[in-house]
Design a protein around this ligand. Structure first.
Ligand code: FAD
Length: 314
């Protein structure tokens, strides 16, 4: 199912929905652990999951393998991230072919970050330059088979902080055929909602999926916020700083802050939340519990995984 249809369903029924993002782990044991966790988290009821694209070699192959596993074996609706950094057309086509064969119908089309040894991004010779080129390539080759998402930046991105220019480029990606936007993580919800108004004022009408990063520990919270250069409201720091060495207290306060942010987003009419799980269940499930979105008598447990049903195990 296309993500834009899932969002339309959430709008039509008034039932908000959510999704989980995972990244390919570095070790075989890590991959197995993640599959187990994905299965457990499936029962929280995500509408779909994302697998990020790990540029280069084995990690890129692993993205494809994980998409195949999640989509065909687990029966999870999956969105594959695909970057065009250092990717020739052939590699892009191979990744798309693997996704197509697995029955995956959603791609998040990205330019990609520069390789670790380079400070600035440079286009590969004869390769794609911007995410919009990848969007156009996918549309040209696969028509409407894939729903295509693109990245949005409510607080600017690494190599561009100018909001108006970034909005021009976002509009270009949508005009090339993107049909939903997933945002970079943020904690300043008022700024995010102001940005959404600006996106809409540009005539961009496709669904916007806010990227939500739950809080696991004070150190990881600060590290990620600093890395993404995202603003942290003073009120958040006032609450988290005094308990920074107490992980349990940080998670408890963090879940309330993040859930309040989610409620504001939902109240503003955005029906879907996209969680950056960092491959862990705890802090995301705490936010879902705070929102009263975990399975309960009024929100019954999802059915067992399709592969288990087909084997009579579910
Ligand atoms: P683009 O939209 O192409 O923009 C890149 C830069 O080029 C911007 O500064 C933009 O303003 C500029 N630009 C765009 N079009 C033009 C134009 N026509 N003329 C001049 N300048 C232009 N990275 C990974 O490696 N793997 C992932 O799985 C991954 N997932 C992500 C998921 C989300 C939700 C987000 C927000 C980011 C993700 N990233 C991922 C990081 C992303 O690859 C980087 O942020 C990258 O630097 C920009 O990618 P983009 O798709 O936004 O690029």
């Amino acid at each position: 199912m296309h993500i834009r249809e899932m969002i339309a369903d959430a709008e039509r029924t008034g039932q908000p929905s959510f999704s989980f993002e995972y990244f390919p782990p570095k070790t075989a044991q890590g991959v197995q652990n993640l599959y187990d966790r994905m299965e457990r988290m499936y029962h929280f009821g995500p509408k779909f999951i994302d697998i990020t694209w790990g540029a280069g070699g084995r990690i890129a192959e692993l993205t494809c393998e994980m998409v195949v596993q999640a989509q065909t074996y687990f029966g999870l609706e999956t969105c594959m991230h695909l970057t065009c950094t250092d990717m020739g057309e052939e590699k892009v086509n191979n990744a798309l072919k693997a996704a197509y064969k697995a029955g995956c119908t959603n791609i998040l089309a990205l330019r990609g970050d520069p390789p670790r040894d380079k400070e600035k991004w440079e286009a590969a010779e004869g390769g794609f330059r911007y995410a919009r080129d990848l969007v156009r390539h996918i549309r040209d080759h696969y028509g409407d088979h894939f729903d295509i998402g693109v990245a949005g930046y409510p607080e600017g991105c690494d190599d561009n902080k100018d909001e108006e220019t970034l909005l021009d480029h976002l509009k270009e990606k949508v005009d090339m055929g993107a049909s939903f936007i997933v945002t970079q993580m943020f904690y300043d919800v008022d700024n995010f909602l102001r940005w959404v108004d600006k996106v809409r004022a540009r005539g961009i009408t496709v669904p916007i999926l806010p990227g939500i990063m739950p809080i696991a520990t004070y150190a990881s919270f600060m590290r990620r916020a600093n890395h993404m250069q995202c603003k942290i409201p003073k009120e958040w720091m006032d609450k988290l700083e005094p308990v920074k060495s107490d992980d349990v207290a940080v998670r408890e306060i963090g879940k309330t802050l993040v859930a309040d942010m989610c409620r504001k987003i939902l109240a503003a009419g955005l029906p879907h939340l996209h969680f950056y799980t960092m491959n862990l269940a705890q802090s995301t499930s705490m936010v879902l519990e705070e929102l009263d979105w975990l399975p309960s008598p009024t929100r019954p447990l999802k059915q067992s995984l399709p592969w288990k049903q087909s084997l009579g195990l579910g």
